[in-house]
Design a protein around this ligand. Structure first.
Ligand code: 5RP
Length: 227
């Protein structure tokens, strides 16, 4: 038995269940993707509230339906009340890297549409400053070589995720080793490359985080200044 993996999964579940308690009847809820988000989906389903959901991946949609959650097509949705999602890293300034599960584009669209976006994670994901996790970039297949070349000028390592396509049918380049002074500047540079469809940098989207560490859940709330 892998005791560390078991503890980590128990913490993922605790963080997910704490966040799921934010869900209220009547809400339209954004469902994230990954093992931590799956715990949240199961907890939301078990609560049995009258809600509707949109999912950030086909896997999360299928899981949600299997636990009795009504899933709407996001193509017909402009606004979501609350989204609960995992992360690969989250730092003290609520900046996150997402997309190890490949769903970062849909996750970002749903997060952007959400009044509130909550990250759930075990303590291994909490870092002082993001940047150690690989940064996934979703690419238009037509532009794969061009984009890989452009990203090689920004990152030390750019690797195609072998044999993998996102739910949108696109390949992913996993990037590491950027020399970053300013993450917003890096995000702008990525967004400016023709053929980049999305990436896993979430710099402004996260409103709060539930982090579980050896059985204790901490809620962190971002302060938003008016104006
Ligand atoms: O961004 C994601 C998927 O695109 C996941 O939320 C992230 O990779 C965390 O996954 P897990 O909860 O399995 O550790």
């Amino acid at each position: 038995m892998d005791v560390v993996a078991d503890c980590t999964d128990a913490d993922k579940r605790l963080a997910a269940e704490a966040a799921a308690r934010e869900v209220r009847a009547g809400m339209l809820v954004g469902l994230g993707t990954g093992s931590t988000a799956a715990h949240a989906i199961r907890a939301i389903g078990a609560a049995g509230l009258a809600i509707e959901a949109v999912a950030t991946s086909e896997a999360s949609a299928a899981l949600a339906r299997s636990v009795g959650i009504r899933v709407r097509d996001f193509a017909g949705v402009a606004r979501v009340d609350l989204t609960i999602d995992g992360a690969d890293e989250i730092d003290d300034r609520f900046r996150a890297i997402k997309g190890a599960g490949g769903a970062m584009l849909r996750e970002k669209v749903v997060a952007a549409a959400s009044d509130r976006m909550v990250v759930i994670a075990d303590a291994s994901k909490r870092v002082a400053t993001i940047g150690a996790a690989k940064l996934p970039v979703e690419v238009l297949p037509f532009a794969l070589c061009y984009v890989a070349d452009a990203l090689a000028a920004m990152f030390g390592v750019v690797e195609a995720r072998a044999g993998y396509l996102t739910d949108n049918g696109n390949p992913v380049l996993d990037c590491r080793g950027a020399r970053v002074d300013n993450w917003r500047d890096l995000a702008r540079r990525l967004d400016a490359v023709p053929g980049v469809i999305g990436h896993g940098l979430f710099l402004l989207e996260v409103d709060a985080a539930y982090i579980a560490d050896h059985g204790t859940v901490t809620r962190l709330e971002r302060e938003r200044r008016a104006g």
